[in-house]
Design a protein around this ligand. Structure first.
Ligand SMILES: Nc1ncnc2c1ncn2[C@@H]1O[C@H](COP(=O)(O)OP(=O)(O)OP(=O)(O)O)[C@@H](O)[C@H]1O
Length: 296
C-alpha cells in the first residue's frame, strides 16, 4: 500500500514520540469488585475463565493490565460494554481504589514511586496538578448550578491559584479555546446543550495544564454533528498543547479518528494492542476482528 505525505509525517511523529521516556507507566493493574474468596484471590489471565468468580460472584473488572503512554500521544481503549474500560480510567484517576498494580508518571516530582500507594492528600494533588478527567456524564465533571467560569476557577483554586484577575483571564482563554462564547462564560453549564457541557468539561480538565488527560466516552449520546465537533476539538487540543490522552470508547470510529495506538479490552484483559492503523486494518485477535468487521 502506498503512503501519502500525511502518513509519512504521522509515522515520523509516532517515531519521535516513542523515542521519549513514557509519561505514564502502568504495570499489572487489577481491580476486583466484591469481597473475593479463596477461589478468586488472584485475577486469572485465562480468557476462557471469564472475569466473574463462579463461587462468590466477585468480578475482576481489570486483569493485570500493563501499558505505557508517551508524552503527547493518544492511546485508545476500546471494547464492548462491561469490558473494563471505565474501571481502568477510574482507577488511574483514583475514583476507584485499585486492588493490585503500579502506576508512575514521569512529570510528577516523585517519578518512579507507585502512585496507587500515595496518601489521599497526595492523590488529590496529583488529580489537580498532573491529570484532567472528562466523564461521559457531565454531571460527574461539572457543578451544574455554578457558572462555567466558576467551574474552571474551582479547579484552579484546588491547585493553589488565588489571583482573581488571572483566574478570570484563564477561564476566558480556556472557554474561548473550546468555543464557548465569552458572553456566556458566567452562565451555568445547566443552561448549555450536551455538546457545550462536554466542551466546558474539557476546558475545566485543562485548567492546570495537565500533561495527561483521561476521556471516558466523551461523545457517547451526542448527535453525530456535535460528536464531530467535539472530536475535532480534542484533536486540535492534542496538537496544540501536546497533552497525552487516554481515550475510552466503544466506538471504533472515535478511536480511528483520535488514537495513535489502541488497546483492545475484553472481560478485563488486554487481548490486543498496537498502532491503531494496524489494529483496524489487520486485527489479529478474533474478538478484535469481530469488532472491526461490525464497524464495516
Ligand atoms: N461499582 C461496581 N460494583 C460492582 N461491579 C462493577 C462496578 N463498576 C463496574 N463493575 C463491573 O465491572 C465490569 C467492568 O465495568 P466497566 O464499567 O468498567 O465496563 P465498560 O467497558 O466501561 O462498560 P461500558 O462501555 O458499558 O461503560 C462490569 O462487569 C461491571 O458490572
Amino acid at each position: 500500500m502506498s503512503m501519502n505525505s500525511a502518513d509519512l509525517i504521522n509515522n515520523a511523529e509516532k517515531e519521535w514520540v516513542w523515542n521519549e521516556t513514557p509519561l505514564l507507566k502502568v504495570r499489572g493493574l487489577s481491580k476486583q469488585f466484591g469481597a473475593g474468596c479463596i477461589h478468586c484471590k488472584q485475577p486469572t489471565s485465562d480468557e476462557q475463565e471469564g472475569s466473574r468468580c463462579q463461587y462468590c460472584g466477585s468480578i475482576w473488572a481489570c486483569r493485570n493490565l500493563s501499558f505505557d503512554l508517551y508524552p503527547g500521544e493518544i492511546l485508545g481503549v476500546v471494547g464492548e460494554s462491561g469490558s473494563g474500560k471505565s474501571t481502568l480510567v477510574k482507577c488511574l484517576y483514583f475514583d476507584e481504589e485499585t486492588t493490585v498494580g503500579e502506576m508512575s508518571i514521569s512529570s510528577y516530582e516523585d517519578k518512579t514511586s507507585n502512585l496507587f500507594e500515595k496518601s489521599a492528600q497526595q492523590k488529590r494533588y496529583i488529580r489537580n496538578h498532573v491529570m484532567g478527567m472528562v466523564y461521559q456524564n457531565p454531571l460527574l465533571g461539572l457543578r451544574m448550578p455554578i457558572s462555567s467560569s466558576g467551574n474552571i476557577a474551582e479547579k484552579l483554586f484546588a491547585a493553589d491559584h488565588y489571583h482573581v484577575g488571572s483566574i478570570r483571564q484563564r477561564a476566558a482563554d480556556l472557554l474561548q479555546k473550546v468555543e464557548i462564547p465569552l458572553a456566556r462564560m458566567d452562565e451555568p453549564p445547566k443552561n448549555f446543550s450536551g455538546g457545550m457541557q462536554q466542551r466546558v468539561q474539557i476546558s475545566k480538565a485543562l485548567a492546570n495544564n495537565p500533561p495527561l488527560l483521561l476521556l471516558d466516552e466523551v461523545t457517547t449520546g451526542l448527535d453525530l454533528s456535535v460528536q464531530a465537533k467535539v472530536l475535532d476539538l480534542i484533536r486540535n487540543i492534542q496538537r496544540e498543547l501536546r497533552v497525552a490522552m487516554i481515550v475510552v470508547s466503544h466506538d471504533l470510529g472515535v478511536i480511528r479518528m483520535l488514537a495513535d495506538r489502541t488497546m483492545v479490552l475484553r472481560q478485563g484483559l488486554i487481548v490486543e494492542q498496537g498502532l491503531t492503523d494496524q489494529i483496524l486494518e489487520d486485527p489479529r485477535h478474533p474478538y478484535t476482528q469481530l469488532l472491526v468487521h461490525s464497524l464495516l
